[in-house]
Design a protein around this ligand. Structure first.
Ligand SMILES: Cc1cc2nc3c(=O)[nH]c(=O)nc-3n(C[C@H](O)[C@H](O)[C@H](O)COP(=O)(O)O)c2cc1C
Length: 214
């Protein structure tokens, strides 16, 4: 299967500023998914020029969006699941991650699972940000699995290459529980997508009012 790991930090970490910890967390997730014999790619918001003005991919019209945005849209559609790596900013999910995800319609993410992996430089590991992420990801249609991973003091527990500095087996097991659930649901959803008709439940693709109660 193919998983996309969204790195939720677009912070300028040019030395001597602190390292961009999201990179370490994403590299660690990438290794764990690769060890499960799946494909994974890290999506780094710094590699996408989203301009100063917000214009979602679907607002450009057929074939008119910037190439990089269209390529990412295709990748999102083709993926079997997502790992959402986010720091905690003011007890909320990363604005960079929300901004990147907001560029794409929910239909590209729908019928697939996601995993929430948060981190922080402090002691709570982004747990408070993760609560809002559940609602956000549910609305996108990539339902988050129940086991979340929260990494406090990420600058101490992961080195620049994304390797644990302490207790690697314990940390692998902790994050592995989240990724194990992601894998289980991704396999189940993949089978169901291949066998079933995802349109059977009625896609809301004409107007937002289609969601309204009668
Ligand atoms: C604007 C801002 C708000 C932050 N708010 C929180 C917070 O609410 N909780 C927390 O644990 N850390 C908070 N932090 C610290 C981040 O966890 C820390 O900077 C982390 O390294 C950010 O991730 P990054 O290095 O991948 O950019 C905040 C940092 C910034 C810049």
């Amino acid at each position: 299967m193919k998983f996309l790991i969204f790195l939720g930090s677009a912070r300028d970490s040019t030395p001597p500023r602190p390292a961009r910890l999201g990179q370490r967390v994403s590299l660690m997730c990438h290794r764990l998914i690769a060890e499960r014999a799946h494909d994974a790619r890290i999506i780094d918001p710094l590699e996408y020029d989203m301009g100063g003005i917000f214009k979602p991919h679907f607002a450009y019209g057929e074939g008119r969006a910037p190439r990089a945005l269209s390529d990412l849209a295709e990748e999102i559609s083709a993926a079997d699941g997502y790992v959402m790596v986010s720091p905690e900013y003011n007890h909320s999910m990363s604005p960079a991650l929300a901004h990147l995800l907001n560029h794409f319609g929910a239909s590209r993410f729908a019928w697939k699972p996601s995993a929430i992996v948060t981190y922080s430089a402090g002691q709570w590991g982004g747990a408070r940000a993760s609560m809002g992420m559940r609602g956000f990801l549910s609305e996108l249609g990539c339902l988050p699995v129940s086991a979340m991973s929260h990494l406090p003091k990420a600058q101490e527990v992961l080195d620049d290459a994304g390797a644990w500095t302490t207790g690697p087996a314990e940390w692998d097991g902790y994050v592995g529980r989240t990724l194990g659930q992601l894998e289980w649901w991704a396999e189940a959803a993949q089978r169901q997508r291949l066998e079933g008709d995802t349109e059977a439940t009625g896609a809301f693709d004409r107007a937002p009012s289609q969601r309204n109660a009668p």
